[in-house]
Design a protein around this ligand. Structure first.
Ligand code: FES
Length: 149
């Protein structure tokens, strides 16, 4: 059994130790907010936080994150209160197709946690690993600035 702490809850998953965390979350734990995009670390759709750091769950063996604090898009809000980024995403109608947006939000949340007032360059650097085929980048940047201080 693999023991994980996801969004503050303890989970025991019957998963192969080498299974990517992405698959364990989606297919075993039933948490489908984290998305499969490329599966090879190129798109960022699968981004989750491991101890607060944005991490590609498609490249992370589930056994490697036992004992860490994992946060997924399902854990970004504080109960019924949206994370400021989620509210800013709504206010700015950021998503188009929406597929990449949970990964975008998780990368943005890690950025703001460490840098509440990021410059355009800071945002470009932090978000460069998250690809959006709809090209929502200008709205993403606007929403990050709105959610910052
Ligand atoms: Fe993990 Fe694309 S699905 S980076």
């Amino acid at each position: 059994m693999i023991k994980l702490t996801v969004n503050g809850k303890s989970l025991e998953l019957d998963a192969d130790p080498n299974m990517p965390l992405l698959y364990a979350l989606r297919d075993i734990a039933g948490m489908t907010g984290t998305k499969f995009g490329c599966g090879v670390g190129q798109c960022g759709a699968c981004t989750v936080h491991i101890n607060g750091s944005p991490t590609r769950s498609c490249l992370t063996p589930v056994s490697a994150v036992q004992g860490t604090k994992i946060t997924t898009i399902e854990g970004l809000a504080d109960g019924d209160t949206l994370h400021p980024l989620q509210q800013a995403w709504l206010d700015n109608s950021v998503p188009q197709c929406g597929y990449c947006q949970s990964g975008q939000l998780m990368s943005a949340a890690a950025l703001l946690a460490g840098n509440p007032s990021p410059s355009d360059a800071d945002i470009d650097t932090a978000m460069q690993g998250n690809i959006c085929r709809c090209g929502t980048y200008p709205r993403i940047k606007k929403a990050i600035k709105q959610a910052g201080v």
